[in-house]
Design a protein. Structure first.
Lengths: 669, 124
């Protein structure tokens, strides 16, 4: 814009000119007044008294001349007295006139009048002594008249001069008045113009730049951080204010940038914490922490010393394996951590560490050996136990700020939790692996047991059959009875082994459900056909009520096992002439299968434990009805695996009804 | 009368089967492992073999597969004995070429009747 000017200069110049103008106007006015005063003064104190005095002299002389002439013509003594009075006044009048006349021409004029008056007075003295009404007197009158007229002419000359002088003074006064009005008006107009100009310049050079500054401040307050005041706008003082505003803004922006940096560090550290805790392997969590800390906190070396549970030698990790023998951190890696407690933090440049932190000399020496840079050591804790130390090292450069120490502590807290969780997880994995091993061992054991039991059972049952067939010779009755007891128990043992094996396989998940579309009606038919000989032998009647079709998704072999177990139970526990009724039908999305018998029933107190393994009702045991106590357990497990339900209603010596509900489209496995 | 090869590592079961088959009028060659079974089958060409699946060394399934692979013994009738009821055993036995399958514990009477049935069918 313009060259650099200051507000002071601007205002000083503008007001100086204004003041000057006002002073000029005042001076002009004062001069005019003084001049007017002088004109008026001259008129009133000089010209007008002169006129008055001149008129007085003329009157005195005229009175003297008139009274003398009258005396000479009339001889009236009274007129002579008047003459003498005038003669007496003459000296005062001429004196007054002489006194007032100051200028050369006036004095000359007054002198001339006096001479002429004296000339007349000389003649007059002679006249009054002449006898009145004489010829001499008459002659004097004529002579006197000439002298008097000469005097009047001189008097008139002075009067005219004075009149001209008065007119000249009055003209000058008028001119002066007009000039004064004109000059003062002109000065006033100039002053007003200057004032307006000043106001406009003040507005342009001060108010506008100030307004722009205010605008900048308001925009900054409104969030525009990039805006700056123009340091070359306006006068020097406003430029200075703009410079101060810019400096403050820069400072504030730097402060804000620092805050944002810290906030970003915090966010980075938080995310690092998440990542650390997400690891399920201790070493991975530590590696994540080391790499993340080196990057976020700009550390040149990172060392982690961890005391493993129960082991005295700590596990050591470092950013670039500097802890290995010969590396820069090897000495520090060998230092004991006994001095460090939960929550402790120590930096080598900290002159006054916390009271509880007492790093031993070997730790200090090892830190000093690494280099001149600052070393920060923070305790890693799991719960209330210090499980190790994190050490961050910068080769050179800035010391660890309190913010960085706090961030490192935050990471260490996450690391502590992460290590704790990873250890728990590893432990859990270990336990799971062991359980799996155990489970496999159990399955293998069951399989082996079954095989190993079957082989001797084959021999027992086979030779028993040979003996009962009398292929080894004839048997006597007690021998046959005993051999039949052995045969019955062999069969029981065999069933027990089979059921145990089935149950074990179903539970281990080895016995997979192979679902297909099954017609339950046909399965029931097959099962009834299979059970028919046993039922006929026991004289038990079998009835069926089946609403076909009864299609469902299920494993046919397993359903067959369910039917066989339920039917054989019903037939087994029903006395001769009793009946077994099989019903099957559809109820909404479920198929309902029930097997009812008119058997011995189950004591109410024992129904609770009906599906427990090896459960046998007390009345069944009492009547020595053979059984393994595993049949209903198997049925229940299979029904559960098909997403179905099983219920039993029973009354002792009345009968038992088992109801199985199976979903048509099985969702669960 | 048919020559029958019986292979089982359990001597009691081997004797049981041999006794029952001899009673039924067959000539029995009893061996205790898969290798011996293979050798006897190749040297004496029995008409039928009863092979236990789980034997040390060569299993019954191995022996069965090898007999079927050899043209000289390919036409032999083979019955497998096993203590296991797992389906893969049954499938393994049949895929190896067994004619029938009997699980332990079995009835010697039923075994002999199955053998007679197989032999009469083979002769037919």
């Amino acid at each position: 814009m313009h060259g650099t000017r200051s507000v002071r200069q601007l205002l000083t110049r503008a007001f100086a000119v204004l003041v000057l103008l006002i002073v000029c106007a005042g001076l002009a006015e004062m001069t005019a007044v003084l001049l007017q005063h002088r004109v008026v003064n001259q008129l009133t104190t000089h010209v007008q008294p002169l006129q008055v005095a001149n008129a007085r002299l003329r009157t005195v002389l005229a009175d003297a001349q008139r009274s003398l002439r009258g005396y000479l013509l009339t001889g009236d003594g009274q007129l002579l007295d008047t003459y003498h009075v005038a003669r007496g006044e003459y000296h005062a009048a001429i004196g007054r006139l002489r006194e007032l006349a100051v200028t050369g021409p006036e004095r000359a004029s007054v002198r001339e009048q006096a001479e002429r008056a004296d000339g007349w007075w000389t003649l007059a003295e002679r006249q009054w002594q002449a006898p009145p009404r004489s010829a001499t007197a008459a002659g004097f009158v004529t002579e006197g008249k000439t002298l008097f007229q000469a005097f009047v002419a001189a008097s008139d000359s002075l009067d005219q001069r004075l009149a001209r002088r008065a007119a000249s003074l009055q003209r000058r006064s008028a001119t002066l008045g007009w000039l004064t009005v004109t000059a003062v008006s002109a000065l006033t107009v100039v002053a007003a113009g200057l004032a307006v100009l000043t106001a406009r310049r003040v507005n342009r050079d001060i108010t506008a730049p100030l307004g722009r500054l205010v605008n900048v401040l308001e925009r900054r307050r409104g969030g525009d951080r990039t805006i700056r005041a123009d340091p070359d706008d306006g006068p020097a003082e406003i430029r200075a204010v703009a410079a101060v505003i810019n400096t403050t803004a820069d400072k504030s922006d730097r402060g804000r940038a620092a805050e944002q940096y810290v906030a970003r560090l915090r966010a980075d550290v938080r995310h690092l914490g998440y990542r650390i805790r997400a690891h399920l392997v201790v070493d991975d969590a530590i590696r994540e922490a080391i790499d993340g800390l080196a990057r976020i906190l700009r550390a040149d070396h990172v060392l982690i010393r961890l005391r493993y549970d129960g082991s005295d030698t700590p596990a050591i990790f470092s950013l670039h394996d500097e802890h290995l023998p010969g590396g820069p951190l090897s000495a520090l890696a060998g230092c004991d951590l006994g001095w460090l407690d939960t929550g402790d933090a120590w930096t080598t440049d900290d002159e006054e560490p916390a009271e509880t932190v007492h790093p031993p000399d070997d730790e200090r020496a090892a830190c000093a050996r690494i280099g001149d840079g600052p070393v920060l050591t923070v305790a890693i804790s799991s719960g209330d136990e210090c499980i190790g130390a994190l050490t961050l090292i910068r080769d050179t450069g800035s010391p660890w700020t309190p913010v960085e120490v706090r961030l490192a502590e935050g990471v260490v807290a996450d690391l502590g939790r992460g290590v704790h969780l990873a250890r728990l997880y590893e432990h859990e994995q270990h336990v799971v692996a062991r359980l799996k091993d155990l489970d496999t061992a159990k399955s293998d054991f069951m399989s082996t047991v079954s095989h190993e039991l079957r082989t001797p059972l084959t021999s027992i049952a086979g030779y028993l059959e040979l003996m009962l067939d009398e292929e080894a010779g004839a048997l006597v009755a007690p021998q046959r009875r005993m051999l039949e007891v052995i045969a019955r128990n062999t069969r029981r043992l065999r069933e027990l082994i089979e059921d145990m094996l089935i149950l074990s396989r179903i539970e281990s998940g080895d016995f997979r459900i192979e679902k297909s579309e099954v017609e339950l009606g046909s399965l029931v038919d097959n099962a009834l056909a299979a059970i028919a000989p046993a039922a006929a032998k026991a004289s038990v009647g079998v009835h069926t009520e089946i609403d076909r079709p009864l299609r469902l998704d299920a494993d046919p072999e397993q359903l067959d096992r369910v039917l066989m177990n339920l039917l054989s139970n019903a037939v087994k526990f029903t006395p001769p002439e009793g009946t077994v009724t099989v019903r099957a039908g559809r109820d909404g999305d479920e198929l309902v299968l029930s097997v009812a018998d008119t058997g011995m029933g189950i004591p109410a107190a024992e129904q609770q434990a009906l599906f427990a393994r090896f459960f046998r009702a007390s009345n069944a045991i009492h009547q020595a009805i053979p059984g393994t106590g595993l049949g209903l357990s198997i049925v229940r497990t299979i029904v559960d695996n098909h997403g179905g339900t099983i219920a039993v209603t029973s009354a002792e010596r009345v009968g038992t009804t088992v109801t199985v509900r199976l979903p048509v489209t099985a969702g669960s496995s | 009368m048919t020559v029958v090869l019986v292979a089982d590592d359990d001597a009691d079961i081997r004797d049981l089967v041999a006794f029952k088959l001899e009673q039924a009028g067959h000539e029995v060659i009893a061996v205790g492992d898969g290798q011996a079974a293979l050798e006897q089958a190749r040297s004496r060409h029995p008409g039928l073999a009863v092979l236990d699946v789980s034997m040390p060394g060569l299993s019954g399934i191995d022996v069965c597969r090898m007999l079927r692979a050899d043209p000289a013994t390919a036409g032999m009738v083979i019955i497998m004995l096993t203590a296991r009821v797992q389906e893969q055993d049954v499938e393994g036995g049949f895929s190896a070429g067994a004619d029938d399958y009997v699980t332990k514990p079995f009835s010697p009477r039923e075994l002999v009747s199955r053998i007679q049935a197989l032999l009469s069918r083979a002769r037919a």
